[in-house]
Design a protein around this ligand. Structure first.
Ligand SMILES: *[C@@H]1O[C@H](CO)[C@@H](O)[C@H](O)[C@H]1NC(C)=O
Ligand SMILES: *[C@@H]1O[C@H](CO)[C@@H](O)[C@H](O)[C@H]1NC(C)=O
Length: 382
């Protein structure tokens, strides 16, 4: 005989009904006994229904209520080539959090795996995104990596802020100070300024991206959730960048935004997508009002790094062991305003309505420099 798995015969249905009735009677009797009352059945049933409604109501309230701040997390999104040379600095930083108020996502070269052999911090095990791509610095692939990281981090509804971190970046303060600074602001922190004289804007982007919306700034941003979603969902600005920001092998001095780009460079525009994308997208989508238009990550730019006059340009400084002194950290922590020349705008830095240091993070540091600063408790733990 074929087993009847999905249907009930008439007889079975009757049995099931009987059992159900019996159960209902028993449980009602039990409830009556519990209440020690001899009242009729109806009030108990009503009470049950009311209780059910109360539970549903409470559940809806829980779902609607904003999470208590302690439950919200800051997602740290690491963009690395391979390993994380400063993992021990970050390890000390994350240890300072006793309440699990952070999450970590790492984007590194496809095929590279952070294991006990390649990282000395357990915080980074199993934190790599599984669909990483080959990133070419200064190309649109950097933006794609940022979007991949954001899309993973957005899956955890407790992640409320999204911080991009480079592999040469260190935290300047302890976890709780950093967390409160970022969480107490309802805005994103995005370094952003009008960039009209640079010639990085490709007129072919018009009218999809009008020149008024073209912005420049550091890629090391902190995004609120809504802005992270805008970046992940963007289907308008990114294709324009991919189409019109093709790389051309340019000598590095063309990164200098005060110099016009020679005419032939327009043919294959090198607009350094990672230094324009997020800020341009947020301006384009009318969200600039929701930004604090400065970065919380310090980069030092140095004109004199190159000895060759002709090739001289802006290079981010890399601090080595000998540069890693208390005076350096003091000077970075002491910065309380940032001046944006192209907009004649000075950003006085605040946190929670009070004057505050501008920078929570700094780059670029070698592994040795980071460890030296950590050993002297100059970063990450104070
Ligand atoms: C990556 O992991 C997610 C789960 O976190 C899974 O849904 C997805 O299929 C995985 N993708 C790849 C390419 O393995
Ligand atoms: C964290 O750093 C802040 C600012 O430097 C300091 O006031 C606070 O006491 C530190 N907290 C902990 C837990 O170390």
């Amino acid at each position: 005989m074929k087993p009847r798995r999905f249907g009930y015969g008439r007889g079975r249905r009757a049995v099931a009904l009987l059992v159900l009735l019996l159960c209902l009677c028993l449980s009602s009797a039990f409830l009556l006994l519990l209440h020690g009352s001899s009242g009729p059945l109806e009030p108990a049933a009503e009470e049950k229904a009311a209780a059910g409604a109360r539970v549903a109501e409470a559940r809806a309230e829980v779902e609607e209520a904003p999470l208590p701040p302690g439950n919200s997390k800051v997602a740290f999104l690491f963009i690395a080539r391979n390993r994380l040379p400063l993992e021990l600095v970050w390890d000390a930083f994350f240890r300072g959090d006793k309440e699990g108020r952070f999450s970590i996502f790492v984007h590194s070269r496809p095929g590279f795996v952070l294991t006990r052999a390649t990282t000395r911090s357990r915080f980074f095990y199993n934190r790599q995104v599984n669909n990483s791509i080959q990133v070419d610095w200064g190309e649109a692939s950097m933006i794609t990596a940022e979007r991949i990281l954001l899309s993973h981090a957005l899956k955890d509804p407790l992640n409320e802020r999204f911080v991009f971190v480079s592999d040469s970046c260190v935290p300047l303060y302890n976890f709780s100070y950093t967390y409160d600074y970022i969480m107490s602001s309802s805005t994103s922190f995005v370094d952003s300024f009008a960039d009209t004289k640079a010639g990085r804007y490709n007129p072919r982007m018009d009218p999809i991206i009008p020149v008024e919306n073209w912005r420049k700034g550091s890629q090391w941003a902190v995004l609120i959730k809504r802005h992270a979603e805008v970046v992940v969902e963007d289907e308008v600005v990114l294709p324009e960048f991919q189409k019109h920001c093709r790389r051309r092998p340019l000598p590095e001095f063309w990164r200098d935004w005060d110099r016009p780009i020679p005419a032939e460079a327009w043919k294959a525009h090198n607009c350094i997508p990672d230094e324009h994308y997020v800020q341009t997208l947020l301006a384009q989508t009318g969200l600039e009002e929701e930004l604090t238009r400065r970065s919380v990550t310090h980069s030092a730019w140095d004109l004199s790094a190159s000895k060759d006059r002709e090739r001289r340009g802006w290079h981010p400084v890399t601090y080595k062991v000998s540069d890693a002194t208390p005076a350096l950290i003091k000077s970075i922590k002491g910065i309380d305003n940032i001046y944006y020349e192209t907009e004649n705008r000075r950003e006085w830095c605040t946190s929670n309505g009070k004057p505050a240091p501008c920078f929570l993070f700094a780059r670029k540091f070698t592994r040795g420099a980071g460890l030296k600063l950590l050993d002297s408790s100059l970063i990450a733990v104070k």
